[in-house]
Write a protein of this length. Sequence first.
Length: 303
Amino acid sequence: MTHTRKLLLFIALLLAVLSSVVAQDVTTPEAEASETAEPADATLDNPTTTSEKALSPRLKSVRFIAGLFWASPSGLQRRCAATIITSNTLVTSAVCAKSNYPASKYGQGGWRIVTGAEERYMQTPPNSVQAYVVKNVDIDECSNIAIIQIEGNISFGGSLMPVFISSHPVSQASTMYTFKTSDPSGNSFLGVTQGVTAACDPYLPGYTDSNFMCTQPILGQTVTDDYLGGDPIIGFSTQPDGPLAVLVGITGLYYSTLEDAQHAISNDATAYRFNAIVAAHVTHIATIAGVSAESLVSTGDLG
């Protein structure tokens, strides 16, 4: 077999693995957020439902993503993704979980968590959809992470499972991916790579002190419709008897030298992103969830 044919075979096998890995079972355990003005949200003013566009099969198969919605007299409006950690505890970005903007736009109300396979990605799901009432949101603006507690418990099985949190530092060579839930019909699975400190620090000096992970610009990033973050960043554990996909971070804010991009008015393909490192908050998450920190983490190295 020639060198070229071997290379093509390797690439084909790699793509096959990546296309199926997130759909596998996950063994379960029971920005400095900038105060920028909210832009006019085109995705919320022009809701897309799965009847209008086909939902990405990859997003439909992910077991640990729920949707964070604002419930008001006008119905449910999707805000961001929320990642399931235990049956009653989820995490998202702090920017996503602030209630002032949705309350002013849609009217007074409260947060809900939606876990239906397709409904969790709809901008305006039907009122008949099952939605869990959020009873508390713990917001850490300095690290841009929010811990959500719901009333009752999510029933696991089928398309719903929690995800373990990686307890290992992310190396420059670690392979990571995020899910772009703001466009559930498009390219929903994007590779992300850490930026080097020298390139990231000018955007947010001392970002590591606030437990941020800086990621480089990626092909297809859209600051204008993905400015809130809140999506999970996963890595792949090398622990033989542990979960394969593990939670590394939660996507955060883009930092750009372009003022319009900072306000999500225009796109900047060169913007860096600063994401919350979830491992830095494991103890606090466990306290809120009422479980041990050890039950939430995977100790395997990241590949």
